[in-house]
Design a binder for this molecule. Structure first.
Ligand SMILES: [Zn+2]
Length: 139
């Protein structure tokens, strides 16, 4: 099969399959157990602008709504402080806390580091949202 690659596809841009224009308020965490619980079906409800920073990874809410399926995009820094590359998409909302923990463990072990689902600009992953720093998703 002949491949006709359009010119524009070679440009670095936000090609990630999730919600264009969404930005996230990210909470840095080191507590894998707590994070696994929060993300799992046993956990809390997340606004669609929720995200967690775990080492060089960012786990950002990719659900279509707060009542959605608990889908999360797993992003990895392309370089320290640089843009992110989406390496995987995970439906944590379908896992119990133990399954979510094993999944986070695999992420931290670097098992999915070669995933390439698109680039996400670093400025879309910001500080945690609160009363002084709201977006339409959490206002
Ligand atoms: Zn928000």
């Amino acid at each position: 099969m002949t491949s006709h690659t359009p010119m524009y596809s070679t440009r670095p841009m936000n090609t990630a399959p999730f919600h264009k224009g969404r930005s996230w308020g990210a909470i840095r965490t080191h507590d894998l157990k707590q994070l696994a619980l929060d993300l799992s079906s046993e956990g809390v409800t997340h606004t669609t602008c929720s995200a967690y920073l775990l080492g060089k990874y960012a786990i950002v809410n990719d659900a279509t709504s707060e009542d959605g399926a608990g889908e999360w995009a797993v992003l990895m820094e392309t370089q320290p402080g640089g843009d992110y590359r989406q390496i995987e998409s995970v439906t944590f909302g379908w896992m119990n806390a133990a399954e979510a923990y094993r999944c986070l463990d695999r992420i931290l072990a670097g098992e999915w580091n070669s995933g390439d689902l698109g680039i996400v600009s670093a400025d879309r992953v910001g500080s945690p949202h609160n009363e002084a720093n709201q977006c339409p998703a959490c206002a």
